[in-house]
Design a protein around this ligand. Sequence first.
Ligand code: XMP
Length: 507
Amino acid sequence: MLPCTQKIKDLDWKPKGIILSGSPYSVYDKGAPRVDPDVFEAGVPVLGICYGLQEIAWNHGGKVDPHDRREYGKATIDVVKTGNAHMDALFAGEEARVDVWMSHGDQLSVCPPDFEVVAKTSTAPFAALAHKTKPIYGIQFHAEVTHSPRGKELFENFVERICDCRRDWNMETFIDKEIARIRELVGPKGRVIGAISGGVDSSVAAKLMHEAIGDRFHAVMVDNGVLRAREAAQVYEMLSQHLGVNVTIVDASELFLGRLEGVDDPEKKRKIIGNTFINVFEEEAAKLEAEAEREEEEAKKAGRQHETKGKYEYLLQGTLYPDVIESISFKGPSATIKTHHNVGGLLDDMKLKLIEPLRELFKDEVRQLGKVMGIPAHLVGRHPFPGPGLAIRILGPVTRSQVEILQQADTIYIEEIRKAGIYDEISQAFAVLLPVRAVGVQGDKRTYDQVIALRAAQTTDFMTATWYPFSYDFLSKVSNRITNEVQGVNRVVYDVSSKPPSTIEWL
Ligand code: XMP
């Protein structure tokens, strides 16, 4: 992935194709991303998505109309066959009507002269275009999101048919290559410390690291005071018993909660948590090294055989590609959605170097990787839990008592989801503690307490999501239990928003 400011002439390799991504900008905005016009002269296929299509049209004499209202959500396109194999290649093998996901403001109003329409909708006459002679294509919809169910086929057409790329990447080759890369990077004695959150990403990363370097990998789970109830104990059991990984649980809850005191802003919370994590890991790595040195000293004194162990030079993180995409803003006009604590929240002067074997994978690929490596299904299928934990599910400042309220509500909610047998149908479910107070009546007394929002998302890539359609009975049971059992909460609401326009977490 390269920034839009990349100049084609500065590349020392030749791409096989170029995809121009979407953007929240309007082509009319001051400072809007402008692609290097040489992209269209590079002699390689180009596919523009949403803003990418508008950028293609803009560069080829088309016209883009600004719209005040954005179009979000499902749409159906009618594929237009031109009878020309080159122009029809993008939708080759497709039905006449295809469901897609739209998310755009501006829209094309005049087709550029050398292009033809290859798909349209009732509201967008130029839903997809193809250049009459060159391999340049553009789509108004977002084929890259799960909610465009045939999006994968469209990319296969572009990458395999149009760009003529070979498919030689699969999970087995990925594992072999990653293990070899890790061994080479770490060397025969080097050691790695691993940041484990209990989520599927860091657990799969830990398993991969254990396969690569065995006991020279040590996992550390930091209890940052904003974990779910019993999380640390469950993670310990999962890693040590099921995955055979060395693991230490460090209770740093005082430190984290102290630094989070009074902090309201979500990005600040992420930064504080990211930075504090690194401080704790560095301290823990130093302790583990000192311990190893002591053992060596003792062995030497007693005249026993000993193995010299290397230093902890690397820190393993389960960073995924969506974390990278959503966190990084290139020097230029791309938009940062959230600074995921493990990408943008790191210290500049960090001593440990990062190893992120999953950095180019999506969540569904990580689950597949976990299964291929033999991690039990109930562990691979755990709902993800963000590194900054409950701190980004408590709106407003984080305190121990707020954490406890949320832990209790979340435990009840997840317990009921499991009892109803729908845990695996939902991609991620959690409770959120809202900073508002509402009036209630409990035991004939007026209460003025807090509100819990329930969230349940269905998604595969976590880039887009829909909300889960619980039954009324289920919602009423969870609401009754939370308001009866959790002191300080007198109201429960259910969040019925998709991503986009919302995100999965509230912060
Ligand atoms: P959003 O809220 O961005 O969430 O739609 C997408 C997925 O990312 C998780 N998430 C995070 N994970 N550090 C993490 O490790 C973070 O700062 C963070 N923010 C969101 C979220 O739980 C969901 O699975």
